[in-house]
Structure formats: C-alpha cells, structure tokens
Design a protein around this ligand. Sequence first.
Ligand SMILES: O=C[C@H](O)COP(=O)(O)O
Length: 215
Amino acid sequence: MFVLVNLKAYPCDHLEVARAAADVADDTGVRVGVAPQAAHLSAVADTGVETWAQHVSPNDYGSHTGSTLAEAAADAGATGTLLNHSENRLKLADIDGSVQAAERAGLETCVCANNPAQIGAAAALGPDAVAVEPPELIGTGTPVSQADPDVVTGAVDAAAAVDESVDVYCGAGISTGDDVTAASDLGATGVLLASGVAKADDPEAALRDLVSGAK
Ligand SMILES: O=C[C@H](O)COP(=O)(O)O
C-alpha cells in the first residue's frame, strides 16, 4: 500500500511531517509520500521522503504567470503529482494536459475523482493512478472505506474496465491503520489522506498507526 499524505494548505510543520514520514517509511518499508505546498517541495524533498506536488499546470515553458510548471516541480525534487483534487478541480482538457505535462517532466501521476464514473474517465487519460474521494467525506474523519465501501470497489472496477495497469487509491476520512487495511481489502493499492496527519498532535504517531494497517 502507498500512503500519500497531502498537506493541503494546513498550518502544519511540513518539515516535521516530512521527516516523520521518511523515518516511518525507512523503518517499515511501507511506501509513504508527502505532498506539500509547491513552495515547500524542495525543503520536503531534501528530507529524503518521497515528495509529490499537489498540482501541476498543463502548460509547457512559456508565458504562463502563476502556473506550476511540471518541470519546476520535478527540479524541486517532486517525483509525482496529484491532479484534479476535489479542492482544485480542472477542466477535462486541462487534466489531460496536466497528465501529459507531468509525464513529460518524469512525474508519476494520480488523478483524483469523486465517484466511479469519473474514475473511469480519469483512467482513460492514462495516469499512473487514480484516487476516488467522495467530497462529502473529506476532512470528516469518517473513512470512505467504512462509510461508502461501494464507491471504492466501484472505482476499482471502473478503472480496471478501462486500463488494468492504473492503480486505484482511495481517500477521505482515512486516519488509522484499520482504515488502511479496509481500503486494501476493498481493492485499493493506496490511500490519500490529509487531516489525519496534518492536524495530528503527533504526526509521527499518526503515520506509524496508518502504516501498521498497510499490507
Ligand atoms: O487529499 C486528501 C483528501 O482530500 C482527504 O482528506 P482528509 O484525509 O482530511 O479527509
């Protein structure tokens, strides 16, 4: 299982989380990634943890003020990127363009989507992974694997129907090792989470609990 921690724009200590995630990954052999703010990519990558961007633009080099260039994220140490997160939705053409931009820069890609139908559409764009997240469960602490298991199995089936090589992650409310185990039992190969670590009093303890459920 891949445990990917999205720090969003939470006021957490990104270096504390990154160092903890690097230690937990080293100690357990479980794949753990951290997706910080774009301005923190380089500092987070310097800790040695697997580092993901929260978004990259569909643009190539050029006159694109305010864009997050895929090559710049890769230069800063990112090895992957989320795309189309529920809090940063893109037009279909821009998701496609961002997947291509990320691939051009050598970044792994995970396209987020709300439900199985969107997961099928996302998988058709050829990312490395898709992540299903019911928006109403994000940040609630109620895990999707418990509240809406059918959305996870539906997403696994929808992605496989399009392209069996696309990994399927699930997210929203994931915060414990039991949640990670439940996600794995439903067919997900990774989890995408945020508040369970970014808002934890002890992020390292939260991460150790999460990875204890990874298979
Ligand atoms: O990117 C992470 C997801 O939106 C899940 O957030 P959450 O773990 O706070 O529910």
